[in-house]
Write a protein that binds this ligand. Structure first.
Ligand code: AMP
Length: 534
């Protein structure tokens, strides 16, 4: 039974497995590349193209191409193409379908059991949506794993031995996150995590493309180039190319041509860094915040600072981190996550097989898997024993009424804080009823949606609710105790207790806006009808 790790990225995705030497190896896609653009082109009502061909038509036929869908994961978002309505889950499923089919073709065996990676700060809804995307693609999702955990697992495979504290700076195509992780022979433990899921290489491309357009317009004031999709597409593609080249070179020239007009636009690395300095600064702010959180947990030194994600190749990233006193190291930036996910998939498959047999991995299971995969028994045993401990990715709380100067205002009071180690259980927190003679109490559970905790409603997402009813009329401010519990797999349970009657309420969070089983199977049929190719 082979298992596969899939890095489902915002801009690029990648698949890896454990090869017959026992090492994680990237499986190339159909065009022969290590990574596949996470771009879907609905060529016709029947045909879908995923990858670099799709990316090439993105700006020419924008209505038929979907990019950066990961930014919509977990949201109620719909898009209709050729009369067919799609969700972030079904579009991600098309990407997964192509990745899995190409990988299966390449290694000559079916791709079914997979682990898919997500940013560490993804909330419950986004994780759920990612798992659903896998199911819609017809895959058996063994687990969802945090990208920095996967990167740390890969690091651990190469630098085995002892306990190491790592700082992971992951700047991908569309998302940014920072994570502090402790790696030991027994365990991978996330200490804290932070990030911004609307910040990545694509933003650097946009800034540069805008500059190229401005320069072209300055030379040709009468041009109507800004209205031409094909021209804009050439600028977008050119901007990404130049950006990558500027990671190695000091200056690049872009040849722009529209109608009879041409321009040679020179871009120096210095100019590029100036155009994008505000973006880099945002990563520095988050990095500093993560360092402070780690310091509060007693961690002030790092054995390694890992740069992950293609955009961490920009020299300005290293320079910025060095100015904070960190010593960053490039760490297989494009492929580390998929490789670590492949390793995690193997760990999960051993655990699942062991659990079926009850608890610890029995020697026979370990030996059987080692034989199946042609791996040394000790290697499989060491992996089987590895625990992964993570933290609460974002804060959870309840909606409360505040009275400010006679006005009523709703705010969110967080009870379970971000970065609490999992499994987590909070002490009961005391709240009071809002009005005199209340006979029922409604409890609304909200999750922090932005990078930082904020009590404003718009910075939080409503995820579940429940009601304690049938109460005798209670005086205003009657006490209610609310506690939060989160299991290692992220399942959230909230307990609310009205102290006078001792009536209580237990809410197991069912994610709002998530797809139902029926919707998943309908989407699976719809996705299966497409002819997907690269
Ligand atoms: P990932 O999501 O990790 O695959 O990151 C992909 C992002 O990395 C895209 O925005 C790429 O444009 C960017 N990228 C890849 N190589 C380089 C490079 N050499 N310099 C700057 N950015 C790069």
């Amino acid at each position: 039974m082979a298992t596969f790790g899939i890095d489902l990225g915002t801009t690029y995705s990648c698949v890896a497995h454990i090869d017959d030497t026992g090492r994680p190896a990237i499986i190339k896609n159909r065009p022969g590349d290590d990574t596949t653009p996470s771009v879907v082109y609905f060529e016709s009502p029947e045909n879908v193209v995923v990858g670099k061909e799709a990316k090439a038509v993105a700006k020419i036929q924008p209505d038929l191409v979907v990019s950066l869908i990961k930014r919509q994961m977990g949201k109620s978002f719909e898009i209709t193409v050729h009369g067919q309505t799609h969700t972030p889950e079904s579009i991600s499923a098309l990407i997964l379908r192509e990745l899995a089919d190409a990988a299966a073709e390449n290694v000559g065996e079916p791709v079914t059991d997979v682990v898919i990676t997500v940013p560490a700060y993804f909330g419950v809804a986004e994780r759920n949506a990612t798992r659903r995307a896998g199911e819609i693609a017809g895959l058996n999702v063994l687990s969802i794993v945090d990208e920095p955990v996967a990167a740390a697992l890969h690091y651990d495979a190469i630098n085995a031995g002892g306990t190491k504290t790592l700082f992971v700076y992951d700047l991908g195509g569309g998302t940014f996150d920072t994570t502090v992780i402790k790696v030991s022979p027994e365990e991978i433990q996330v200490v804290c995590t932070d990030g911004d899921h609307h910040l990545g290489g694509a933003d650097w491309d946009d800034r540069l493309a805008e500059y190229l357009l401005e320069q072209f317009q300055a030379e040709h004031p009468e041009t109507e180039a800004a209205d031409d999709e094909e021209f804009l597409q050439s600028l977008a593609a050119g901007a990404e190319d130049i950006k990558k080249q500027l990671s190695r070179m000091q200056s690049r020239r872009f040849n722009a041509r529209f109608g009879g007009d041409t321009s040679q636009i020179e871009v120096s690395r210095e100019k590029f860094e100036e155009l994008t300095s505000e973006l880099l600064e945002r990563t520095v702010t988050i990095t500093q915040r993560t360092l402070r959180t780690a310091a509060e947990r007693g961690i002030t030194e790092f054995d390694d600072v890992l740069l992950v994600g293609g955009s961490s190749r920009m020299p300005a990233v290293t320079a910025a981190l060095e100015s904070l006193g960190l010593k960053p190291r490039m760490h297989d930036p494009d492929l580390a996550v998929a490789k670590g996910a492949a390793r995690y998939a193997l760990i999960e498959s051993i655990k699942i097989r062991s659990d079926e047999d009850g608890g610890e991995a029995p020697a026979e299971v370990v030996e059987e898997i080692a034989a199946q995969l042609d791996l040394p028994v000790e290697k499989v045993r060491a992996l089987a024993g590895k625990r992964v401990a993570t933290v609460v990715p974002r804060a959870f709380g309840v909606k409360v009424i505040n009275r400010v100067g006679g006005r009523e205002q709703y705010t969110i009071e967080h009870v379970l804080r971000a970065n609490t180690p999992l499994p987590a259980e909070t002490e009961p927190q005391r709240f009071g009823t809002a009005y005199p003679n209340q006979v029922e109490i409604s409890v609304e559970i909200w999750e922090q949606s932005g990078s930082v905790e904020s009590e404003a409603l718009e910075d939080n997402e409503h995820i579940a609710e429940g009601v304690i009813s049938g109460l005798p009329p209670l005086p205003e401010n009657s006490p209610i105790d609310i506690s939060f519990q989160m299991a290692a797999d992220g399942l959230l349970t909230v307990h609310a207790l009205e102290l006078r009657t001792r009536k209580d309420l237990r809410i197991e969070v069912q994610i709002k806006g998530g797809l139902t089983d029926e919707q998943v199977s309908a989407a699976r049929n719809a996705v299966a009808r497409y002819n997907v190719s690269a």
